[in-house]
Design a protein around this ligand. Structure first.
Ligand SMILES: Cc1cc2nc3c(=O)[nH]c(=O)nc-3n(C[C@H](O)[C@H](O)[C@H](O)COP(=O)(O)OP(=O)(O)OC[C@H]3O[C@@H](n4cnc5c(N)ncnc54)[C@H](O)[C@@H]3O)c2cc1C
Ligand SMILES: NC(=O)c1ccc[n+]([C@@H]2O[C@H](COP(=O)([O-])OP(=O)(O)OC[C@H]3O[C@@H](n4cnc5c(N)ncnc54)[C@H](O)[C@@H]3O)[C@@H](O)[C@H]2O)c1
Length: 456
């Protein structure tokens, strides 16, 4: 049996960064990844990088609205090829960054616990068992397939990963779920030229956002031709001829509808990938959703086993997985002061067109909690930079403590918001008040300078 100082199960963001850190400190490390197509993890192969490459390509496609569908298909095919090139080069780099480093061995196979310090790896070359004192679980999350009649048998069924492998642009795309993935793919495929319908089970789109923001997002996406069915219960998906027939019912009403689609994308959430890990053998506890239970330093119920990233539930972002690595580094080698709670508030961006970005609390949360706040709102059309690029949909909002002038929250639905929100985050994290952004000298004409007007 091969023995290492540490085993990392899963090639995710935090795990691969930790592997390098440990190797630099002369630990021996085994990294176990179930698929050779996943070196580098979800972000590189099926998540952030391929989606954002395609979204960038889709933006260019949207400028050619007049093209016939056949030409749009051609454009899409080329975009998928660009995406594949980007992904394969990053995957290769990720693999070699670990595998070529002294002290790190990459194993390709499914990892599962045999005992608290032993992990079995089942791969093409058979089964082997590895042993280590420290084990880190970084296995990420997997698509949830809702129990829709006929869905799993449909040849038109796609996950966010498989749809990006399609070389043929679907003329009609049905999306089940109107969360991050549903909205990003709806926006992207509508820009490429697909007719997109989104079925969201909840009564409203984006329930956590303020209604004026969610309404603005909906209106903007509807202008791209996307049809939203909220409060929709998808009853069945059946293959019929060359398409899928999607049947749905409006919740609480008898109204039933049917729609034909050339592809059905399931975007109804992702759950922690713990099913095959045999965590009981390691004394690692999970919650009712299968998420590994951790303390605020990411230790599981077995103190020598820690969990990183999506597998522990909560926020599913690459930068959270990376920050998990920092917490573990601090706990193992530093002052042991970092905790999961100290990264709040965490900003996020939904990469629709234009992107929606948010940090802190919303106006509705502030009102619900009777906070004494000032809420500022400006229309994107009033920002000179937006006029220069001719993109005037959207709005910006700030929630400010009326007494102390502290920034409590900010929502930006505008071009470049995924960059600009980081400026707001830095101001919030460093304890600056709204006056700091109100008076900051920004370049002109830029999107950032709108913060001068937003934080008055
Ligand atoms: C379509 C999509 C778009 C996204 N876009 C963004 C975005 O724009 N920005 C953002 O911040 N986040 C985005 N995310 C979320 C982000 O990708 C994840 O939060 C992040 O990649 C999680 O990293 P991780 O460290 O938890 O593990 P992952 O990167 O998920 O890595 C887990 C790895 O473990 C492997 N594995 C699983 N089980 C086993 C096992 N038993 N044995 C061996 N290996 C195993 C998997 O194959 C995988 O490679 C997106 C996700 C998706 C699906
Ligand atoms: N830009 C980003 O950072 C980014 C992009 C994509 C994904 N992600 C991550 O990936 C995770 C998963 O994304 P997701 O969109 O799959 O999940 P999600 O939780 O964001 O959204 C799922 C949506 O599907 C709906 N839903 C669930 N079951 C349904 C059903 N049977 N019929 C209709 N609607 C149903 C839910 O009400 C919800 O609105 C996110 O939590 C996010 O953290 C991040």
């Amino acid at each position: 049996m091969k023995t290492y100082d540490a085993i990392i199960i899963g090639f995710g963001k935090g795990g691969k960064t930790l592997a390098v850190e440990l190797a630099k400190r002369e630990w021996t490390v085994a990294v176990v990844e179930r698929s050779e197509k996943m070196y580098g993890g979800t972000c590189i192969n099926t998540g952030c990088i391929p989606t954002k490459t395609l979204i960038h390509q889709a933006k260019a496609a949207a400028m050619r609205l007049e093209l016939p569908f056949d030409r749009k298909k051609e454009f899409y095919r080329r975009a998928v090829a660009v995406k594949e090139e980007v992904v394969s080069s990053l995957r290769d780099r990720n693999y070699h960054n670990l595998a070529d480093r002294p002290g790190i061995a990459v194993y390709t196979g499914v990892g599962s616990f045999v005992s608290p310090d032993e992990v079995s790896v089942e791969g093409a070359e058979g089964r082997q068992v590895l042993k280590a004192k420290y084990i880190f679980i970084d296995t990420g999350a997997e698509t949830v397939l809702p129990p829709i009649d006929g869905l799993s048998a449909s040849r038109f069924l796609h996950t966010s990963a498989s749809i990006m492998e399609l070389k043929e642009l679907p003329r009609r795309l049905a999306i089940v779920g109107g969360g991050y993935i549903g909205l990003e793919f709806a926006s992207m495929y509508a820009s490429f030229g697909s007719e997109v319908t989104v079925f969201e089970g909840g009564p409203v789109l984006m329930p956590r956002e303020d209604r004026d923001v969610a309404d603005s997002v909906r209106e903007t996406l509807e202008k791209k031709g996307i049809v939203f069915r909220t409060g929709a219960d998808v009853l069945s998906v059946r293959d019929s001829g060359g398409a899928a027939k999607v049947s749905w019912r409006q919740t609480g009403e008898g109204r039933v509808g049917e729609l034909e689609a050339d592809a059905v994308l399931i975007a109804a959430g992702r759950r922690p990938a713990t099913e095959v890990l045999n965590l009981e053998a390691a004394g690692v506890k999970v919650d009712s959703r299968g998420a590994v239970i951790v303390d605020d330093r990411l230790r599981t119920s077995n103190p020598n086993i820690r969990a990183i990233g999506d597998v522990k539930g909560g926020l599913q972002f690459t930068y959270i997985s990376l920050d998990d690595y920092r917490i573990i580094r601090d706990d193992l080698f530093g002052a042991a002061v970092r905790k999961t709670g100290d990264r709040d508030p965490v900003a996020y961006s939904v990469f629709i067109d234009p992107p929606l970005s948010h940090i802190g609390i919303t106006e509705e949360t502030a009102r619900r909690n009777n906070l004494d706040v000032r809420v500022n709102r400006i229309a994107v059309a009033s920002i000179p930079r937006m006029r220069t690029i001719g993109e005037t949909d959207g709005l910006l909002k700030a929630v400010i403590d009326a007494r102390t002038n502290r920034i409590l929250g900010c929502t930006l639905f505008c071009p470049e918001s995924s960059e600009v929100i980081n400026t707001v985050a830095v101001a919030m994290k460093s304890g600056r008040t709204a006056a700091f952004l109100r008076d900051f000298v920004f370049t002109h004409p830029s999107v950032s300078e709108a913060l001068n007007d937003l934080f008055v």
